[in-house]
Design a protein around this ligand. Structure first.
Ligand SMILES: Cc1ncc(COP(=O)(O)O)c(C=O)c1O
Length: 425
C-alpha cells in the first residue's frame, strides 16, 4: 500500500471486527482469557492477544500498526500523551547513572522532563552546544545510551542533519531517537534517514483536530542491541518477566516489545481507546491536511516577511532561512505549519495584537485544524526571568503561529488588521 492508502486501511481488517468498516472502540478494561492454557500463553507472550487495556487494546493496536506502517517501522506503541511516549522511549534503554545527549532546541516540556525529572531519576541529559553532528559527538561518553532530537523543533523550527547524526550515533553503538511531531510522517520519515526510534505527540498533526491527547513510539527494528553490548536490559534475562531475553525472543521487535511488556506495564500511561479512535479518524486525512497546512504557512510566512511591521520571520520553507537547504533535503513537500515571527513595538504592541485577532485562537497548542497564536513572553514563559526568557529565545516580540485550515484570505485579513491596531499605541 502507498502512504495515502495506508492512512485509511493499514492495521484494520473489518473481518476481524464484526465487519465494521470504521475502526470500533473497545471500551473494556480486561479481556477473557478463555481456558487456563490460553491465559498462560498470553502471559508468557507466546499467544497473541489482549489481556488488559493498560498493556494493549484492539483499538489502540490498530493505531499502532497504522503508525508503524506510516513511519516504516516494525512496531509501535501508543501512549496517553507525547510526554509519556518520550519518557518511555528513553527509560526503555536508559537507567540511573547513564546519559542521554539531546539537542538544546526542544519543546519546553521535553526540556523540563530532561533537566528536572530525569535528573531526579539519576539520568544525566547533556545538551549539545550546537546543531552540528560534532557538537553531539563531543558530549558522548561510555555512559551515553541514546541521542534525542526534534525535527522542525518546537518552537525554534531548526533542522538537524539526521543522516549525519545517525552515523555519529551508530559509530558509538547507540540509537538516534527523533521526535517527528511537527513534520508528521507525511513530510518526513526519519527512519529512512537512519533514525532508530521515532517519537510522536499524536496530540498535534497526527490526530489533527485538537480533540485527543496521545503519543507514540515507533521502532525501526534496525538497531542491533546485541551487537552494541550496551543494553543488558534487552540482551539478558528480564527477571520481572519470567527471565525473558527480549533480543532472543523477539529479534527486530525487541525494543518495542520490551517497552510494552515492561515500561507501559509499570508506568501505565496507556491511551484511552476512545482517544485512539479519534486519533485514527483524524489520521485518515493527514495528507490532505498537511498539504493545506504547508501551502498556507508558506504563503503567510512570505506575506509576513514583506510586512513593514514585522521585524523577522522564522520558517524553514523561506529561501532566507538558514535551514532552507536542509528543509529541501528532509521535508521537500513542505515545512509544516508553525511560523515564528517578531512584531515591532515590544510587549505593548504584542498584547494589543493578540487581543485584536478574531480568527486564530489564543492558546498554546499546535497542529490543530484551527489557527492558533501563542505569545510566550506574556503567557507560557511569563514565570521565567528575563535572562531565562532570552536563553529560550522568548523575546518580547516573538509570536508563534500555528497556521490552520481556514481560508487563507481570512487569516491574512485578520492578521493585517491586528498588526495595524498593534502599531497604533
Ligand atoms: C515537539 C513536541 N513533542 C512532544 C510534545 C508533548 O506532547 P503532549 O502535549 O502530547 O504530551 C509536544 C507538545 O507540544 C511537542 O510540541
Amino acid at each position: 500500500m502507498k502512504f495515502d492508502t495506508k492512512l485509511l486501511h493499514a492495521g484494520h481488517n473489518p473481518k476481524e471486527h464484526q465487519m465494521c468498516i470504521n475502526v470500533p472502540i473497545y471500551p473494556t478494561t480486561a479481556f477473557d482469557f478463555d481456558d487456563v492454557e490460553r491465559g498462560a500463553g498470553l502471559f508468557d507472550l507466546k499467544v497473541a492477544g489482549d489481556i488488559y487495556t493498560r498493556l494493549s487494546n484492539p483499538t489502540n493496536n490498530i493505531l499502532e500498526t497504522r503508525l508503524a506502517e506510516l513511519e516504516g517501522g516494525v512496531g509501535a506503541l501508543s501512549f496517553s500523551s507525547g510526554q509519556a511516549a518520550t519518557t518511555a522511549a528513553i527509560l526503555n534503554i536508559t537507567s540511573a547513572g547513564e546519559e542521554v545527549v539531546a539537542a538544546s532546541t526542544l519543546y519546553g516540556g521535553t526540556c523540563n522532563l530532561f533537566s528536572s525529572t530525569f535528573k531526579k531519576l539519576g539520568i544525566n541529559v547533556k545538551f549539545a552546544k550546537g546543531e552540528e553532528p560534532e557538537d553531539f559527538e563531543r558530549e558522548i561518553t561510555d555512559k551515553t545510551r541514546c541521542i534525542f532530537i526534534e525535527l522542525l523543533s518546537n518552537p525554534a523550527l531548526n533542522i538537524i542533519d539526521i543522516e549525519k547524526l545517525a552515523e555519529v550515533a551508530h559509530r558509538h553503538g547507540i540509537p538516534l531517537i527523533v521526535d517527528n511531531t511537527i513534520p508528521s510522517p507525511y513530510l518526513c520519515r526519519p527512519i529512512e534517514w537512519g533514525a532508530d526510534i521515532v517519537v510522536h505527540s499524536t496530540t498535534k498533526y497526527i490526530s489533527g483536530h485538537g480533540n485527543a491527547m496521545g503519543g507514540a513510539i515507533i521502532d525501526s527494528g534496525n538497531f542491533d542491541w546485541a551487537a552494541s553490548g550496551k543494553y543488558p536490559e534487552l540482551t539478558t534475562p528480564d527477571e520481572s518477566y519470567h527471565g525473558i531475553v527480549y533480543t532472543e525472543a523477539f529479534g527486530k521487535s525487541a525494543y518495542i516489545v520490551k517497552a510494552r511488556a515492561q515500561i507501559l506495564r509499570d508506568m501505565g500511561a496507556c491511551p484511552s481507546p476512545f482517544n485512539s479512535y479519534l486519533t485514527i479518524s483524524g489520521l485518515e486525512t493527514l495528507s490532505l491536511r498537511m498539504r493545506r497546512h504547508c501551502d498556507s504557512a508558506l504563503k503567510i510566512a512570505e506575506w509576513l516577511e514583506a510586512h513593514p511591521s514585522i521585524s523577522w520571520v522564522n520558517y524553514p520553507g523561506l529561501k532566507s532561512s538558514k535551514y532552507y537547504e536542509l528543509a529541501q533535503k528532509y521535508t521537500p513537500k513542505g515545512c509544516s505549519s508553525i511560523i515564528g515571527f517578531g512584531l515591532k513595538g515590544g510587549a505593548r504592541a504584542g498584547e494589543k495584537f493578540i487581543n485584536s485577532l478574531t480568527i486564530p485562537i489564543h492558546t498554546t497548542n499546535i497542529g490543530d485544524t484551527r489557527s492558533i497564536i501563542t505569545y510566550p513572553y506574556l503567557t507560557t514563559h511569563r514565570q521565567l526571568s528575563d535572562e531565562q526568557k532570552v536563553a529560550c529565545g522568548v523575546t518580547d516580540d516573538f509570536m508563534r503561529f500555528s497556521v490552520g485550515l481556514e481560508d487563507i484570505d481570512d487569516i491574512i485579513e485578520d492578521l493585517e488588521r491586528a498588526i495595524k491596531l498593534s502599531q497604533c499605541i
